[in-house]
Design a protein around this ligand. Sequence first.
Ligand code: B1M
Length: 211
Amino acid sequence: MADLQALADAIINGKQDDAKTLTQAAIDEGLAPKDVLSQGLIAGMDVVGERFKNCEFYIPEVLVAARAMKAAMAIVKPLLSEADQESAVKVAIGTVQGDLHDIGKNLVAMMLEGAGFTIVDLGVDVAPEKYVASVKEQGVKVIGLSALLTTTMPAMKDTIAACKEAGIRDDVVIMIGGAPVTQDYADEIGANGFAPDAASAVDKIKELLAA
Ligand code: B1M
């Protein structure tokens, strides 16, 4: 019988081959792909996020877990119905204009993907208009802004201003983060939320979407 707990454990322990084998076995046994995703893969990444938040896991453990998740996702994703795929909230994430740091941004993107969100990765040095276009053209519901330089933090404010100017500010949740960023800064520039690390970013976005 398909063992979704073993699949979750394979994700937690970053065992890529086991994750792929157990995912394929569950699918071959006739389990619904969305159950394999939610009760196996996402359940595993939830534990990874929790351990990262509690400092029981560090960045390397998160990266290998995310890699295992990605490998297993490649099996499940094509099998998800269109309805399942469309119901996943789209998050556009990028490092703001002028800033090339992407390690933290990628970690946040991986954790969000692990939590079941669909990620539109806009990359680094992202101009405000690109975020706006992702909302208008790709149905993005959450914008995630990452900045690692004090000199590029104002680009977060500019992006929020661009969203207002384009008339889409009320249609999106805007999340910010990065080493120099604080909750006070989020309040000051009118972002919806701030998170200090990747695992908290997942919790915060869920909280903001539920509000
Ligand atoms: Co740069 N750099 N760097 N750098 N770099 C810092 C940030 C710096 C603090 C180093 C220092 O001086 N001590 C300093 C900034 C000073 C400041 O502004 N106060 C600095 C500088 C000055 C520069 C340059 C200007 C150096 C130069 O050229 N003179 C230059 C700028 C280039 C540019 O961006 N235009 C530069 C370049 C680089 C490299 C290219 C060499 C490289 C980046 C490689 C890459 O990212 N692909 C680099 C690196 C690696 C660093 C340090 C060493 C590490 C950053 C990192 O990846 N941390 C950094 C010093 C340090 O932090 N010790 C430094 C690990 C990562 C997992 O953490 O990104 O904070 P972090 O992400 C966390 C959280 O912040 C949060 O979750 C993540 C995971 O838990 N988070 C979010 C991040 N984004 C989030 C978004 C969210 C929510 C949470 O919601 C959307």
